[in-house]
Design a protein around this ligand. Structure first.
Ligand code: F6P
Length: 560
């Protein structure tokens, strides 16, 4: 019972024979220990890995056997993974609830590729925008682009939220090593005024460029902050005279699919960098939404990042399922979620520059696969997207790893590391601190998988009463991802790995990984509540008694 590519997926996932086979297999595997699996197969650690596009993925410490992977592959086939993948790459309208193609892969396609939407090749349009971005970023980086008073631009503030912020922030932090250091880059997302005030407090408007990033150009937080930026900029540059003199054009550019909204805001659409409705917000960091990244690292490095994305796209499209990194990662996530009952994934980059990667992944994974109905609207009877979270190593080790090692919940971990440091630093013994960092990464995976038995704890001379506390059960799964060095290409391939892994999971679960209706109710209620808060006097409140009481309380006390 294959699902139709781009059409409704099977509402009967749990009735598939491959699903039943996995359930039976999971029941047999229930007691299998990683200790035993490794003991029974001396080659396991060497064998159970896949390598492509510069990424080495070791999944030997997942609680799987060759049979598990074979059965997961059968499930993928039964769910029509290959057909769905082809449908995405072809530009079919696989985002069925919004009736849109899903073509982030076109954002990083080479100039001679052809990907059609409604009979028109979109690749030349993508490259035209990239070329305009390159011209603009070269002008700003070189100092050729001047602000209203003739000063060069030293500060770039990107205003956006969600997919119009998390990708750019993550990429800037990840690639900071390659950034132009005589410029500063900041990001404002929260409608909390503190975000804007703290980002601008020490800056000179004459040297500051704002990029207003919003796919829709209707997002409340972004437009509110963009108006605050406009006031701040004009106040600092001479008010109405500066505005008449064209200051906005020198200090504001926009990235959006909504030219009308951009023009209404007052930004000349000549200074707008566009993208298209077939790019989901959380899949847009490699579109014009990444303009801040290009300003920071330059257009050549930005294109190197796109090449990394594209290489992973090609791998995902062409590699056999058994060696296909996004397929392996996606199927392991399904295994852990649906057959081992894990409800979360910890993402643990052992690379300081990836400190915002877990936050970025949270939107990518949870806005994509946090769905409770299938494409045809049937309530699922299985769990879908797990909760992603994490912190860079080694900081997390001194915080929440206790629970991962000895808590009662199963928390699969993704460890991410690089063989070479970007900032070598020798310790007092002459050893690079990076060795210590990576030693910690490797040690954590080992500790989680193999633990420490009561006999081992006793053999260390531990007092009998403390043996239970000092024992580690082990058998806690992890995947380790290594790349050579964190550079733009590696970042592109890593992000694309997770993008396509999310896609694989969504196909198995039969959900639309590309809509986000779940954010709408809160937005609508907030608009209504804001109007009620602003209304003078005791405007009638018609919420539940708790909500009414909270609004009244806030109204009374906000000026007290
Ligand atoms: O509210 C969720 C969301 O729609 C995200 O999907 C999106 O990335 C974000 O808001 C920002 O939207 P926009 O780019 O249109 O401002």
């Amino acid at each position: 019972m294959n699902a139709q590519p781009g059409g409704p997926a099977s509402p009967n996932l749990t009735r598939l024979s491959s699903w039943h086979a996995l359930e039976q297999h999971a029941a047999q595997m229930g007691k299998a220990q990683l200790r035993e699996l490794f003991a029974a197969d001396a080659t396991r650690g060497e064998r159970m890995h896949a390598e492509a596009v510069g990424l080495y993925v070791d999944y030997s410490k997942q609680r799987v056997t060759d049979d598990t992977l074979r059965l997961l592959g059968e499930l993928a086939e039964a769910c029509g993974l290959a057909e769905h993948r082809a449908a995405m790459f072809r530009g079919d309208r696989i985002n069925t609830t919004e009736n849109r193609p899903v073509l982030h892969i076109a954002l990083r396609a080479p100039a001679d590729a052809s990907i059609e939407v409604d009979g028109s090749n979109v690749v030349p349009k993508v490259h035209a925008v990239l070329d305009r971005m390159a011209t603009f970023s070269q002008a700003v980086r070189s100092g050729h682009w001047k602000g209203h008073t003739g000063k060069r631009i030293r500060n770039v503030i990107s205003i956006g939220i969600g997919g119009s912020d998390l990708g750019p922030v993550m990429a800037y932090e990840a690639l900071r090593h390659y950034s132009q250091r005589d410029m500063s880059f900041r990001f404002v997302s929260n409608v909390d005024g503190t975000d804007f005030v703290e980002a601008t407090r020490d800056l000179d408007p004459a040297e500051t460029l704002f990029i207003v990033c919003s796919k829709t150009f209707t997002t409340q937080e972004t437009l509110t902050n963009a108006h605050a930026a406009r006031r701040w900029c004009l106040d600092g540059l001479g008010g109405a005279d500066a505005e008449k003199g064209g200051a906005i054009a020198k200090h504001f550019v926009a990235v959006s699919t909504n030219a009308k909204g951009v023009a209404e805001f007052g930004i000349d659409t000549e200074h707008m960098y566009g993208f298209w409705d077939w790019v989901g917000g959380r899949y847009s960091m490699d579109s014009a939404i990444g303009l801040s990244s290009m300003l920071a690292i330059g257009d050549e490095q930005f294109r190197a990042m796109l090449a990394g994305f594209h290489a992973m796209d090609e791998h995902f499209l062409n590699a056999p399922l058994a060696q296909n990194l996004p397929v392996i990662m996606g199927l392991l996530a399904v295994w852990n979620t649906n057959f081992l009952d894990a409800s979360t994934v910890a993402v643990l980059p052992y690379e300081q520059y990836l400190k915002r990667f877990p936050a970025y992944l949270q939107q990518l994974t949870m806005e994509s696969n946090g769905k409770h109905v299938t494409l045809d609207g049937v309530r699922v009877d299985y769990n879908t997207g797990p909760i992603y979270w994490g912190e860079p190593g080694t900081n997390g080790q001194h915080s929440f790893y206790q629970l991962i090692h000895q808590g009662t919940r199963l928390i699969p971990c993704d460890f991410i590391g690089f063989h070479q440091p970007l900032n070598p630093l020798l310790d007092t013994h002459g050893q690079d601190q990076h060795d210590l960092l990576i030693a910690n990464l490797i040690a954590q995976g080992e500790a989680l998988a193999f633990g420490k038995t009561a006999a081992e704890v006793r053999a260390e001379g531990t007092a009998p009463a403390l043996v239970p506390q000092r024992r580690f059960e082990g058998n806690r799964p992890s995947t380790t991802i290594f790349a050579q060095r964190l550079d733009p290409y590696a970042l592109g391939s890593l992000v694309a790995l997770y993008e396509h892994s999310v896609f694989v999971q969504g196909v198995i679960w039969g959900i639309d990984s590309f809509d986000q209706w779940g954010v709408e109710l809160g937005k609508a209620l907030a608009r209504r509540t804001a109007a009620q808060i602003a209304a003078s006097g005791e405007a009638e409140l018609d919420h539940d008694s708790s909500t009414n009481a909270l609004i009244r309380l806030y109204r009374q006390r906000r000026t007290a």
